[in-house]
Design a protein around this ligand. Structure first.
Ligand code: ARG
Length: 387
């Protein structure tokens, strides 16, 4: 039942906060061994192993085959302690763009990612891998949190129009010369910002044609219609580091499909995001004069119903939190059967709505992060001061 020693070693490295990567040869050999143990067809021959070690000695890195990279990405998803959706880890598509030479090619790859992942609404989990970081640890970067995301404009009144979480990034895009739509709205897609090591970040147009957006409507009537709420279909996280076999892919956007609470109970509901609960409560004539009327809880449920209904009507894949929790339980069982222990972050896995009604509530998780994995990386911030 114990995870491979390599993983444990990596985790110790991380937990102690050391920033130096594991010796490349050791990481590579351990990854290939792990791979060989899990997938017979990917078991490296002694010749392959020797070559890899030679390559590392001469170049500092080695070239993962596409099959190795793909399985490595799938393991990285499986090891993602915050993800409730990882039952589907073996169904991750790889877009291998390690040959991208410049910012334009990375941008084109991001657009291709969004198109492929959307897949006519039958969303496919996808990761795109761009060139890895070099020996000095720096590589290409996508500065956006996600490939599709809404701007947050600071208004003169101090209010923010749009997504407050993106206000600083929006400032930065404007600083780089982004021209927002003439009529600003609360749902304007942000441009993409891409850089190669040692070069200034470059601005690319918002992925308008590649981002399918779903109008949010309530199933019981026109309660929310004139608010013109919407959300995009594919959440493509672009700012994390993909680490496989000691190699660091600093630009490797990945996406799955949404769980409705991410939109209905957080993005649209959090007081420091779109903060819509008071307005929704007003429209449903709930008693907002006292917390004990549970107006917040009731508004939250209505908002989540609206998100589920709207995505379903649009034919876009989305999961409710009860089914997602059930699928995580199935993941845990399958992993146990495969002889692996499941790691997780309880505070991330339990859904933000009716958590205690899901089977995850009573479970306990060890939050250690193993390799391969998707990890936070130092943001390319602080942004240059506003001019
Ligand atoms: N929670 C983030 C958002 O609301 C997305 C994170 C990834 N989510 C996913 N279902 N793959 O945009």
């Amino acid at each position: 039942m114990s995870p491979c020693p390599f993983a444990r070693w990596e985790a110790v490295l991380r937990l102690t906060g050391r920033s130096r990567p594991a010796p490349p040869a050791e990481s590579a050999a351990a990854f290939l061994d792990l791979l060989g143990r899990e997938v017979r067809s990917l078991r490296p021959s002694p010749k392959r192993k020797t070559r890899v070690l030679q390559e590392i000695r001469s170049r500092g890195v080695f070239h993962l085959t596409q099959a190795e990279l793909k399985y490595g990405c799938q393991m990285a998803w499986r090891n993602s302690v915050r993800c409730i959706g990882r039952h589907f880890w073996k169904k991750l598509d790889l877009l291998d763009l390690r040959k991208a030479k410049n910012e334009e090619e990375i941008y084109a790859g991001c657009l291709q990612h969004l198109r492929q992942a959307f897949h006519g609404g039958a969303i496919r989990s996808t990761v795109t891998v761009f060139p890895s970081a070099g020996r000095d640890g720096t590589g290409p970067r996508i500065w956006n949190y996600q490939l599709s995301r809404y701007a947050g404009y600071r208004l003169k009144t101090g209010r923010i129009l749009g997504d407050p979480m993106e206000a600083t990034f929006t400032d930065f895009c404007l600083h780089l010369g982004w021209k927002p739509p003439r009529r600003k709205s609360a749902f304007d897609l942000l441009p993409l910002v891409i850089s190669f090591p040692g070069r200034s970040p470059r601005l690319f147009p918002p992925p308008l044609d590649e981002t399918v957006q779903i109008p949010i409507r309530h199933p019981d009537g026109p309660y929310l219609d004139d608010l013109d709420l919407r959300w995009y279909a594919v959440p493509a996280v672009a700012n994390m580091l993909l680490e496989i076999a000691g190699q660091r892919f600093s630009a490797a956007p990945f996406s799955g499909w949404y769980m409705e609470t991410e939109i209905g109970a957080r993005n649209l509901a959090d007081a420091d995001r779109y903060n819509l609960l008071p307005e929704v409560a007003r429209r449903f004539h709930l008693d907002r004069t006292r917390p004990a009327s549970l107006w917040k809880d009731r508004a939250l449920v209505e908002l989540n119903r609206a998100v589920l209904h709207s995505f379903q009507k649009a034919g876009v894949r989305l999961m409710d939190h009860h089914s997602a929790a059930q699928s995580h339980l199935a993941f845990e069982q399958a992993e146990r059967k495969a002889g692996r222990k499941v790691f997780g972050r309880w505070d991330w896995l339990v859904p933000p709505l009716s958590g205690s009604t899901t089977p995850l509530w009573k479970r306990a998780y060890d939050p250690t992060e193993y390799s391969p994995n998707f990890l936070p990386q130092k943001p390319p911030f602080p942004f240059p001061a506003k001019s």
